[in-house]
Design a protein around this ligand. Structure first.
Ligand code: FAD
Length: 452
Protein backbone atom coordinates (compact mmCIF):
# COMPACT_ATOMS: atom_id res chain seq x y z
CA UNK A 1 0.00 0.00 0.00
CA UNK A 2 1.53 3.32 -1.09
CA UNK A 3 1.63 6.11 1.49
CA UNK A 4 1.74 9.86 0.99
CA UNK A 5 1.58 12.86 3.32
CA UNK A 6 0.14 16.30 2.62
CA UNK A 7 -1.13 19.33 4.57
CA UNK A 8 -4.71 18.78 3.37
CA UNK A 9 -6.42 15.82 1.70
CA UNK A 10 -9.56 16.44 -0.31
CA UNK A 11 -12.09 13.71 -1.02
CA UNK A 12 -13.81 14.36 -4.36
CA UNK A 13 -12.59 16.04 -7.56
CA UNK A 14 -15.76 17.97 -8.35
CA UNK A 15 -15.95 21.75 -8.61
CA UNK A 16 -15.95 22.12 -4.80
CA UNK A 17 -12.95 19.89 -4.08
CA UNK A 18 -10.82 21.21 -6.91
CA UNK A 19 -11.56 24.83 -6.00
CA UNK A 20 -10.55 24.14 -2.39
CA UNK A 21 -7.37 22.35 -3.51
CA UNK A 22 -6.30 25.25 -5.74
CA UNK A 23 -6.99 27.84 -3.02
CA UNK A 24 -5.01 25.83 -0.48
CA UNK A 25 -2.11 25.50 -2.89
CA UNK A 26 -2.16 29.26 -3.46
CA UNK A 27 -1.91 29.67 0.33
CA UNK A 28 1.27 27.59 0.27
CA UNK A 29 -0.19 24.29 1.52
CA UNK A 30 0.35 20.89 -0.06
CA UNK A 31 -2.73 18.91 -1.15
CA UNK A 32 -3.89 15.56 -2.51
CA UNK A 33 -7.30 15.16 -4.14
CA UNK A 34 -8.66 11.61 -4.02
CA UNK A 35 -11.35 10.89 -6.60
CA UNK A 36 -13.40 7.69 -6.76
CA UNK A 37 -14.15 7.89 -10.48
CA UNK A 38 -11.79 7.61 -13.43
CA UNK A 39 -12.42 11.26 -14.32
CA UNK A 40 -12.68 14.64 -12.62
CA UNK A 41 -15.78 16.84 -12.55
CA UNK A 42 -18.32 14.80 -10.59
CA UNK A 43 -21.73 16.11 -11.66
CA UNK A 44 -20.05 18.07 -14.48
CA UNK A 45 -19.42 15.70 -17.36
CA UNK A 46 -19.20 16.38 -21.09
CA UNK A 47 -19.09 13.37 -23.38
CA UNK A 48 -19.48 12.53 -27.06
CA UNK A 49 -22.39 10.14 -27.61
CA UNK A 50 -22.84 8.80 -31.16
CA UNK A 51 -21.00 11.82 -32.50
CA UNK A 52 -22.92 14.40 -30.46
CA UNK A 53 -21.26 16.44 -27.72
CA UNK A 54 -23.58 16.33 -24.71
CA UNK A 55 -23.39 17.95 -21.30
CA UNK A 56 -24.59 15.05 -19.23
CA UNK A 57 -24.61 16.94 -15.92
CA UNK A 58 -24.63 20.65 -15.08
CA UNK A 59 -24.25 23.21 -17.85
CA UNK A 60 -26.03 26.55 -17.33
CA UNK A 61 -24.66 29.71 -15.76
CA UNK A 62 -26.90 32.51 -14.47
CA UNK A 63 -26.04 36.22 -14.07
CA UNK A 64 -25.96 36.19 -10.24
CA UNK A 65 -23.47 33.30 -10.06
CA UNK A 66 -20.42 35.47 -9.43
CA UNK A 67 -18.19 32.73 -8.03
CA UNK A 68 -18.74 30.57 -11.12
CA UNK A 69 -18.48 33.52 -13.54
CA UNK A 70 -15.17 34.56 -11.95
CA UNK A 71 -13.85 30.99 -12.26
CA UNK A 72 -14.91 30.80 -15.92
CA UNK A 73 -13.13 34.07 -16.68
CA UNK A 74 -10.03 33.24 -14.68
CA UNK A 75 -9.75 29.85 -16.43
CA UNK A 76 -9.97 31.54 -19.85
CA UNK A 77 -13.25 29.93 -20.91
CA UNK A 78 -15.86 31.51 -23.17
CA UNK A 79 -19.60 31.57 -22.74
CA UNK A 80 -22.55 31.80 -25.14
CA UNK A 81 -26.25 32.47 -24.66
CA UNK A 82 -28.98 29.86 -24.76
CA UNK A 83 -31.08 30.24 -27.95
CA UNK A 84 -34.28 32.02 -26.94
CA UNK A 85 -35.69 33.77 -30.02
CA UNK A 86 -39.34 33.12 -30.79
CA UNK A 87 -42.32 31.81 -28.89
CA UNK A 88 -42.33 29.53 -25.86
CA UNK A 89 -44.87 26.71 -25.52
CA UNK A 90 -47.12 25.82 -22.58
CA UNK A 91 -49.30 22.71 -22.41
CA UNK A 92 -52.29 23.27 -20.12
CA UNK A 93 -54.65 20.92 -18.28
CA UNK A 94 -56.64 20.38 -21.47
CA UNK A 95 -53.55 18.88 -23.13
CA UNK A 96 -53.51 21.67 -25.73
CA UNK A 97 -50.28 23.50 -26.52
CA UNK A 98 -50.31 27.28 -26.38
CA UNK A 99 -47.61 29.62 -27.67
CA UNK A 100 -46.60 32.55 -25.50
CA UNK A 101 -43.90 35.14 -24.90
CA UNK A 102 -42.59 36.50 -21.61
CA UNK A 103 -42.54 34.77 -18.25
CA UNK A 104 -46.24 34.31 -17.47
CA UNK A 105 -47.77 31.08 -18.73
CA UNK A 106 -50.85 31.56 -20.98
CA UNK A 107 -53.41 30.68 -18.33
CA UNK A 108 -56.89 32.14 -17.67
CA UNK A 109 -56.83 35.75 -16.37
CA UNK A 110 -58.08 34.66 -12.91
CA UNK A 111 -55.29 32.07 -12.66
CA UNK A 112 -52.75 34.61 -13.88
CA UNK A 113 -53.85 37.05 -11.15
CA UNK A 114 -53.47 34.34 -8.48
CA UNK A 115 -50.00 33.37 -9.74
CA UNK A 116 -48.90 37.03 -9.81
CA UNK A 117 -50.22 37.73 -6.32
CA UNK A 118 -48.64 34.65 -4.71
CA UNK A 119 -45.38 35.25 -6.56
CA UNK A 120 -45.25 38.74 -5.06
CA UNK A 121 -45.86 37.31 -1.61
CA UNK A 122 -43.17 34.65 -2.13
CA UNK A 123 -40.68 37.27 -3.30
CA UNK A 124 -41.31 39.23 -0.10
CA UNK A 125 -40.77 36.12 2.05
CA UNK A 126 -37.65 35.14 0.11
CA UNK A 127 -36.25 38.66 0.59
CA UNK A 128 -36.35 38.06 4.36
CA UNK A 129 -34.34 34.83 4.08
CA UNK A 130 -30.56 34.83 4.32
CA UNK A 131 -29.66 31.94 1.99
CA UNK A 132 -26.62 31.19 4.13
CA UNK A 133 -28.75 30.97 7.30
CA UNK A 134 -32.39 30.20 6.46
CA UNK A 135 -32.74 28.47 9.85
CA UNK A 136 -32.16 31.83 11.56
CA UNK A 137 -35.43 33.35 10.28
CA UNK A 138 -37.98 34.02 13.04
CA UNK A 139 -40.51 31.78 11.28
CA UNK A 140 -38.03 29.05 10.31
CA UNK A 141 -39.75 26.35 12.37
CA UNK A 142 -43.25 27.32 11.20
CA UNK A 143 -42.14 27.36 7.55
CA UNK A 144 -40.15 24.14 7.88
CA UNK A 145 -43.06 22.13 9.26
CA UNK A 146 -45.53 22.78 6.44
CA UNK A 147 -45.02 21.12 3.06
CA UNK A 148 -44.52 23.29 -0.01
CA UNK A 149 -47.64 21.75 -1.54
CA UNK A 150 -49.81 22.26 1.59
CA UNK A 151 -48.73 25.89 1.96
CA UNK A 152 -49.57 26.65 -1.68
CA UNK A 153 -52.93 24.89 -1.43
CA UNK A 154 -53.75 26.96 1.67
CA UNK A 155 -53.26 30.13 -0.41
CA UNK A 156 -55.64 29.26 -3.27
CA UNK A 157 -57.89 26.50 -4.54
CA UNK A 158 -56.87 27.21 -8.15
CA UNK A 159 -55.14 23.91 -9.02
CA UNK A 160 -53.44 25.20 -12.16
CA UNK A 161 -51.98 28.14 -10.22
CA UNK A 162 -50.70 25.80 -7.50
CA UNK A 163 -49.10 23.45 -10.02
CA UNK A 164 -47.36 26.27 -11.83
CA UNK A 165 -46.13 27.90 -8.62
CA UNK A 166 -45.01 24.58 -7.12
CA UNK A 167 -43.10 23.69 -10.23
CA UNK A 168 -40.23 26.21 -10.01
CA UNK A 169 -38.71 24.98 -6.76
CA UNK A 170 -40.23 21.48 -6.82
CA UNK A 171 -40.25 19.51 -10.06
CA UNK A 172 -37.75 21.84 -11.73
CA UNK A 173 -35.20 22.41 -8.94
CA UNK A 174 -35.31 20.20 -5.85
CA UNK A 175 -36.69 17.46 -8.16
CA UNK A 176 -38.68 15.89 -5.34
CA UNK A 177 -42.47 15.61 -4.99
CA UNK A 178 -43.79 18.88 -3.52
CA UNK A 179 -45.32 17.04 -0.53
CA UNK A 180 -41.88 15.78 0.54
CA UNK A 181 -40.11 19.05 1.42
CA UNK A 182 -40.98 22.17 3.35
CA UNK A 183 -41.92 25.73 2.51
CA UNK A 184 -38.61 26.81 4.15
CA UNK A 185 -36.63 24.48 1.86
CA UNK A 186 -38.48 25.97 -1.10
CA UNK A 187 -37.73 29.53 0.07
CA UNK A 188 -34.04 28.62 0.47
CA UNK A 189 -33.98 27.32 -3.11
CA UNK A 190 -35.41 30.65 -4.31
CA UNK A 191 -33.24 32.77 -1.99
CA UNK A 192 -30.13 31.02 -3.28
CA UNK A 193 -30.96 32.39 -6.74
CA UNK A 194 -31.81 35.90 -5.47
CA UNK A 195 -35.63 35.69 -5.60
CA UNK A 196 -38.53 33.42 -6.47
CA UNK A 197 -39.04 35.46 -9.66
CA UNK A 198 -35.44 34.84 -10.74
CA UNK A 199 -35.99 31.12 -10.39
CA UNK A 200 -39.06 31.07 -12.64
CA UNK A 201 -37.33 33.22 -15.25
CA UNK A 202 -35.69 30.73 -17.63
CA UNK A 203 -33.78 33.56 -19.31
CA UNK A 204 -32.17 34.30 -15.95
CA UNK A 205 -31.54 30.91 -14.42
CA UNK A 206 -30.62 29.19 -17.70
CA UNK A 207 -28.75 32.08 -19.24
CA UNK A 208 -25.37 30.99 -20.58
CA UNK A 209 -23.29 27.92 -21.37
CA UNK A 210 -19.54 27.43 -21.72
CA UNK A 211 -18.16 26.80 -25.20
CA UNK A 212 -16.94 23.19 -25.10
CA UNK A 213 -18.85 22.38 -21.90
CA UNK A 214 -18.87 23.34 -18.22
CA UNK A 215 -16.78 20.30 -17.25
CA UNK A 216 -13.78 22.31 -18.42
CA UNK A 217 -13.98 24.27 -15.13
CA UNK A 218 -13.00 21.25 -13.00
CA UNK A 219 -10.76 19.90 -15.77
CA UNK A 220 -8.70 23.09 -15.89
CA UNK A 221 -8.60 23.33 -12.10
CA UNK A 222 -7.33 19.74 -12.03
CA UNK A 223 -4.65 20.44 -14.68
CA UNK A 224 -3.14 23.02 -12.34
CA UNK A 225 -2.85 20.41 -9.62
CA UNK A 226 -1.18 17.82 -11.87
CA UNK A 227 -0.21 14.62 -10.05
CA UNK A 228 -1.88 15.78 -6.84
CA UNK A 229 -5.22 14.65 -8.30
CA UNK A 230 -5.46 10.88 -7.93
CA UNK A 231 -8.21 9.10 -9.90
CA UNK A 232 -9.79 5.70 -9.16
CA UNK A 233 -9.23 6.27 -5.44
CA UNK A 234 -12.52 5.82 -3.59
CA UNK A 235 -11.86 6.64 0.04
CA UNK A 236 -13.02 3.71 2.16
CA UNK A 237 -12.03 4.89 5.62
CA UNK A 238 -10.97 8.07 7.37
CA UNK A 239 -9.17 8.01 10.70
CA UNK A 240 -9.26 11.36 12.47
CA UNK A 241 -8.14 12.95 15.72
CA UNK A 242 -6.38 15.98 17.17
CA UNK A 243 -3.21 15.21 15.22
CA UNK A 244 -4.84 15.01 11.81
CA UNK A 245 -6.40 12.53 9.42
CA UNK A 246 -5.51 9.38 7.49
CA UNK A 247 -7.56 8.32 4.46
CA UNK A 248 -7.37 4.82 3.05
CA UNK A 249 -8.37 3.80 -0.47
CA UNK A 250 -7.90 0.33 -2.02
CA UNK A 251 -4.17 0.85 -2.60
CA UNK A 252 -3.16 4.12 -0.96
CA UNK A 253 -3.07 5.89 2.40
CA UNK A 254 -2.86 9.65 2.65
CA UNK A 255 -2.02 11.35 5.94
CA UNK A 256 -2.73 15.05 6.40
CA UNK A 257 -3.45 17.72 8.99
CA UNK A 258 -6.94 18.36 7.60
CA UNK A 259 -9.47 16.67 5.31
CA UNK A 260 -12.22 18.18 3.19
CA UNK A 261 -15.16 15.96 2.32
CA UNK A 262 -16.09 17.45 -1.06
CA UNK A 263 -18.94 15.28 -2.27
CA UNK A 264 -22.69 14.86 -1.91
CA UNK A 265 -23.66 14.38 1.77
CA UNK A 266 -25.60 11.19 0.93
CA UNK A 267 -22.20 9.58 0.32
CA UNK A 268 -20.63 10.37 3.70
CA UNK A 269 -21.87 7.05 5.02
CA UNK A 270 -19.85 5.23 2.33
CA UNK A 271 -16.76 6.11 4.37
CA UNK A 272 -15.93 4.35 7.65
CA UNK A 273 -14.95 7.07 10.09
CA UNK A 274 -12.59 6.03 12.87
CA UNK A 275 -13.73 7.08 15.45
CA UNK A 276 -17.32 7.47 14.20
CA UNK A 277 -18.60 10.96 13.44
CA UNK A 278 -20.50 12.60 16.32
CA UNK A 279 -24.18 11.80 16.97
CA UNK A 280 -25.30 15.16 15.53
CA UNK A 281 -23.71 14.37 12.12
CA UNK A 282 -25.04 10.79 12.17
CA UNK A 283 -28.55 12.13 12.65
CA UNK A 284 -28.31 15.12 10.33
CA UNK A 285 -26.91 13.20 7.39
CA UNK A 286 -29.86 10.81 7.44
CA UNK A 287 -32.25 13.70 6.83
CA UNK A 288 -30.57 14.78 3.58
CA UNK A 289 -31.52 13.01 0.37
CA UNK A 290 -30.96 13.44 -3.35
CA UNK A 291 -33.60 14.64 -5.75
CA UNK A 292 -34.13 12.67 -8.93
CA UNK A 293 -34.41 13.93 -12.51
CA UNK A 294 -33.60 12.49 -15.92
CA UNK A 295 -31.95 14.92 -18.31
CA UNK A 296 -32.98 13.90 -21.83
CA UNK A 297 -30.93 14.88 -24.89
CA UNK A 298 -32.43 14.66 -28.40
CA UNK A 299 -30.29 15.71 -31.36
CA UNK A 300 -31.81 16.45 -34.82
CA UNK A 301 -30.30 17.17 -38.25
CA UNK A 302 -31.47 20.79 -37.85
CA UNK A 303 -33.03 22.89 -35.09
CA UNK A 304 -36.39 22.42 -36.88
CA UNK A 305 -38.44 24.31 -34.25
CA UNK A 306 -36.69 27.57 -35.12
CA UNK A 307 -38.27 27.71 -38.60
CA UNK A 308 -41.68 27.52 -36.88
CA UNK A 309 -40.77 30.58 -34.80
CA UNK A 310 -40.28 28.58 -31.61
CA UNK A 311 -37.50 29.22 -29.11
CA UNK A 312 -37.99 25.62 -27.90
CA UNK A 313 -38.52 26.90 -24.34
CA UNK A 314 -41.42 24.74 -23.15
CA UNK A 315 -43.18 24.08 -19.84
CA UNK A 316 -46.04 22.05 -18.51
CA UNK A 317 -46.85 20.74 -15.05
CA UNK A 318 -49.09 18.22 -16.85
CA UNK A 319 -46.47 16.73 -19.19
CA UNK A 320 -44.03 13.88 -18.58
CA UNK A 321 -41.26 16.18 -19.82
CA UNK A 322 -42.11 19.14 -17.58
CA UNK A 323 -39.64 21.57 -19.21
CA UNK A 324 -37.50 21.60 -22.34
CA UNK A 325 -35.12 23.98 -24.12
CA UNK A 326 -33.00 24.52 -27.20
CA UNK A 327 -29.66 23.06 -26.19
CA UNK A 328 -27.85 23.35 -29.52
CA UNK A 329 -24.10 23.52 -28.99
CA UNK A 330 -22.16 26.63 -29.92
CA UNK A 331 -21.45 26.61 -33.67
CA UNK A 332 -23.31 23.32 -34.25
CA UNK A 333 -25.48 22.93 -37.37
CA UNK A 334 -27.49 20.17 -35.79
CA UNK A 335 -30.19 21.09 -33.31
CA UNK A 336 -30.39 19.70 -29.78
CA UNK A 337 -33.34 19.69 -27.43
CA UNK A 338 -32.90 19.07 -23.74
CA UNK A 339 -35.85 18.02 -21.59
CA UNK A 340 -36.34 16.94 -17.98
CA UNK A 341 -38.42 14.18 -16.37
CA UNK A 342 -38.56 14.60 -12.62
CA UNK A 343 -39.29 12.83 -9.30
CA UNK A 344 -42.24 10.37 -9.41
CA UNK A 345 -42.43 10.64 -13.23
CA UNK A 346 -38.77 9.60 -13.40
CA UNK A 347 -39.47 6.62 -11.11
CA UNK A 348 -42.38 5.69 -13.38
CA UNK A 349 -40.51 5.70 -16.68
CA UNK A 350 -37.70 3.61 -15.21
CA UNK A 351 -40.29 0.88 -14.73
CA UNK A 352 -40.55 0.70 -18.53
CA UNK A 353 -38.22 -0.88 -21.08
CA UNK A 354 -35.65 1.49 -22.60
CA UNK A 355 -37.62 1.49 -25.88
CA UNK A 356 -40.94 2.29 -24.22
CA UNK A 357 -39.35 4.98 -22.09
CA UNK A 358 -37.82 6.64 -25.14
CA UNK A 359 -41.15 6.47 -26.97
CA UNK A 360 -43.05 8.06 -24.05
CA UNK A 361 -40.49 10.82 -23.60
CA UNK A 362 -40.36 11.67 -27.32
CA UNK A 363 -44.16 11.61 -27.42
CA UNK A 364 -44.17 14.21 -24.65
CA UNK A 365 -41.63 16.36 -26.53
CA UNK A 366 -43.85 16.15 -29.62
CA UNK A 367 -46.68 17.81 -27.65
CA UNK A 368 -44.50 20.92 -27.55
CA UNK A 369 -42.80 20.80 -30.97
CA UNK A 370 -44.87 18.54 -33.21
CA UNK A 371 -44.18 15.10 -34.65
CA UNK A 372 -40.71 15.97 -35.96
CA UNK A 373 -39.54 15.75 -32.35
CA UNK A 374 -40.18 12.01 -32.41
CA UNK A 375 -37.24 11.28 -34.72
CA UNK A 376 -33.93 12.42 -33.26
CA UNK A 377 -30.69 11.17 -34.79
CA UNK A 378 -29.15 10.85 -31.33
CA UNK A 379 -31.11 10.18 -28.15
CA UNK A 380 -29.59 9.93 -24.66
CA UNK A 381 -30.85 9.92 -21.07
CA UNK A 382 -28.57 11.17 -18.28
CA UNK A 383 -29.35 8.82 -15.40
CA UNK A 384 -27.51 10.07 -12.32
CA UNK A 385 -29.63 7.87 -10.08
CA UNK A 386 -27.60 4.84 -11.10
CA UNK A 387 -24.22 6.58 -10.69
CA UNK A 388 -22.68 5.03 -7.59
CA UNK A 389 -20.75 8.20 -6.67
CA UNK A 390 -23.71 10.59 -7.02
CA UNK A 391 -27.00 8.66 -6.58
CA UNK A 392 -29.46 11.23 -7.88
CA UNK A 393 -29.82 14.67 -9.42
CA UNK A 394 -29.47 17.49 -9.16
CA UNK A 395 -28.48 17.60 -5.50
CA UNK A 396 -29.42 16.87 -1.88
CA UNK A 397 -31.97 18.67 0.27
CA UNK A 398 -33.48 18.17 3.71
CA UNK A 399 -36.65 16.21 4.22
CA UNK A 400 -39.55 17.83 6.14
CA UNK A 401 -38.40 19.77 9.17
CA UNK A 402 -34.70 18.97 8.71
CA UNK A 403 -33.54 22.40 7.58
CA UNK A 404 -34.42 24.34 10.75
CA UNK A 405 -33.48 21.37 12.95
CA UNK A 406 -30.01 20.66 11.55
CA UNK A 407 -29.15 23.34 8.98
CA UNK A 408 -26.92 25.40 11.29
CA UNK A 409 -24.52 22.42 11.58
CA UNK A 410 -24.35 21.56 7.88
CA UNK A 411 -20.96 23.18 7.34
CA UNK A 412 -19.60 22.92 10.91
CA UNK A 413 -16.22 21.16 10.85
CA UNK A 414 -15.72 18.03 12.98
CA UNK A 415 -12.20 18.24 14.40
CA UNK A 416 -9.88 18.29 11.35
CA UNK A 417 -12.72 17.34 8.94
CA UNK A 418 -14.29 20.12 6.85
CA UNK A 419 -17.24 19.83 4.48
CA UNK A 420 -17.67 21.41 1.00
CA UNK A 421 -20.27 20.69 -1.68
CA UNK A 422 -22.91 22.55 -3.70
CA UNK A 423 -25.52 20.74 -1.60
CA UNK A 424 -24.36 22.58 1.53
CA UNK A 425 -24.32 26.05 -0.05
CA UNK A 426 -26.53 29.09 0.62
CA UNK A 427 -26.00 31.36 -2.39
CA UNK A 428 -25.64 29.10 -5.41
CA UNK A 429 -27.24 26.15 -3.55
CA UNK A 430 -27.46 22.99 -5.71
CA UNK A 431 -25.42 24.72 -8.43
CA UNK A 432 -21.78 24.83 -9.52
CA UNK A 433 -21.61 28.38 -8.17
CA UNK A 434 -22.43 27.04 -4.70
CA UNK A 435 -19.86 24.24 -5.07
CA UNK A 436 -17.15 26.81 -5.81
CA UNK A 437 -18.27 29.00 -2.89
CA UNK A 438 -18.16 26.01 -0.53
CA UNK A 439 -14.71 24.99 -1.80
CA UNK A 440 -13.46 28.53 -1.17
CA UNK A 441 -15.00 28.63 2.30
CA UNK A 442 -13.53 25.29 3.44
CA UNK A 443 -10.09 26.29 2.15
CA UNK A 444 -10.15 29.69 3.87
CA UNK A 445 -11.34 28.13 7.15
CA UNK A 446 -8.41 25.71 7.07
CA UNK A 447 -5.92 28.46 6.22
CA UNK A 448 -7.29 30.53 9.14
CA UNK A 449 -7.10 27.54 11.49
CA UNK A 450 -3.47 26.92 10.54
CA UNK A 451 -2.55 30.60 11.05
CA UNK A 452 -4.21 30.78 14.50
P1 FAD B 1 -19.78 16.60 -7.20
O1 FAD B 1 -19.77 17.19 -8.56
O2 FAD B 1 -20.80 15.56 -6.91
O3 FAD B 1 -18.31 16.04 -6.93
C1 FAD B 1 -18.04 15.15 -5.87
C2 FAD B 1 -16.96 14.19 -6.31
O4 FAD B 1 -16.63 13.34 -5.20
C3 FAD B 1 -17.39 13.24 -7.43
O5 FAD B 1 -16.45 13.32 -8.48
C4 FAD B 1 -17.41 11.86 -6.77
O6 FAD B 1 -17.04 10.84 -7.67
C5 FAD B 1 -16.40 12.03 -5.67
N1 FAD B 1 -16.56 11.12 -4.53
C6 FAD B 1 -17.71 10.79 -3.87
N2 FAD B 1 -17.45 9.94 -2.86
C7 FAD B 1 -16.11 9.70 -2.87
C8 FAD B 1 -15.22 8.90 -2.07
N3 FAD B 1 -15.65 8.17 -1.05
N4 FAD B 1 -13.90 8.91 -2.38
C9 FAD B 1 -13.43 9.66 -3.41
N5 FAD B 1 -14.22 10.42 -4.20
C10 FAD B 1 -15.54 10.45 -3.93
N6 FAD B 1 -25.58 23.17 -11.76
C11 FAD B 1 -25.50 24.36 -12.42
O7 FAD B 1 -24.88 25.29 -11.89
N7 FAD B 1 -26.09 24.52 -13.65
C12 FAD B 1 -26.77 23.52 -14.27
O8 FAD B 1 -27.26 23.66 -15.39
C13 FAD B 1 -26.89 22.28 -13.59
N8 FAD B 1 -27.55 21.23 -14.15
C14 FAD B 1 -27.41 19.97 -13.63
C15 FAD B 1 -27.87 18.87 -14.35
C16 FAD B 1 -27.66 17.59 -13.87
C17 FAD B 1 -28.20 16.42 -14.66
C18 FAD B 1 -26.96 17.40 -12.64
C19 FAD B 1 -26.69 16.01 -12.12
C20 FAD B 1 -26.51 18.49 -11.92
C21 FAD B 1 -26.72 19.79 -12.40
N9 FAD B 1 -26.25 20.91 -11.72
C22 FAD B 1 -26.23 22.13 -12.34
C23 FAD B 1 -25.68 20.78 -10.36
C24 FAD B 1 -24.15 20.80 -10.38
O9 FAD B 1 -23.67 19.97 -11.40
C25 FAD B 1 -23.65 20.36 -9.02
O10 FAD B 1 -24.27 21.14 -8.03
C26 FAD B 1 -22.12 20.51 -8.85
O11 FAD B 1 -21.44 20.07 -10.00
C27 FAD B 1 -21.67 19.74 -7.63
O12 FAD B 1 -20.28 19.89 -7.44
P2 FAD B 1 -19.59 19.29 -6.13
O13 FAD B 1 -18.13 19.45 -6.32
O14 FAD B 1 -20.21 19.90 -4.93
O15 FAD B 1 -19.99 17.75 -6.10
Amino acid sequence: MAEITRDVLIIGAGAAGLTAANDLRKAGLSVAVLEARDRVGGRLWTDVIEGAMLEIGGQWVSPDQDALKDAIEELGLETYSRYREGDSVYVGPDGQSHRFTGEMFPVAPETEAVIAEITERLDAMVAEIDPDRPWAHAKAEEWDTVTWDAWLRAQTDDDEAVRNLAFATGTAMLTKPTHSFSLLQSLLMAASAGSYSNLVDADFILDKRVVGGLQQVPQRLAERLGDDVLLNQPVRSLEWGPNGVKATTDDLTVSARYAILAHAPVLYSRISFVPPLPRRQHQMHQHLSMGFVIKVHAVYETPFWRKDGLSATAFSPYELVHEAYDNTNHGDERGTLVGFVSDANADGVFELSAEERKERILESLSHYYGDEAKNPVVYYESDWGSEEWTRGAYAASFDMGGLHRYGADLRTPVGPIHFACSDLAGAGYQHVDGAIRMGQLAASNIVDAIRD
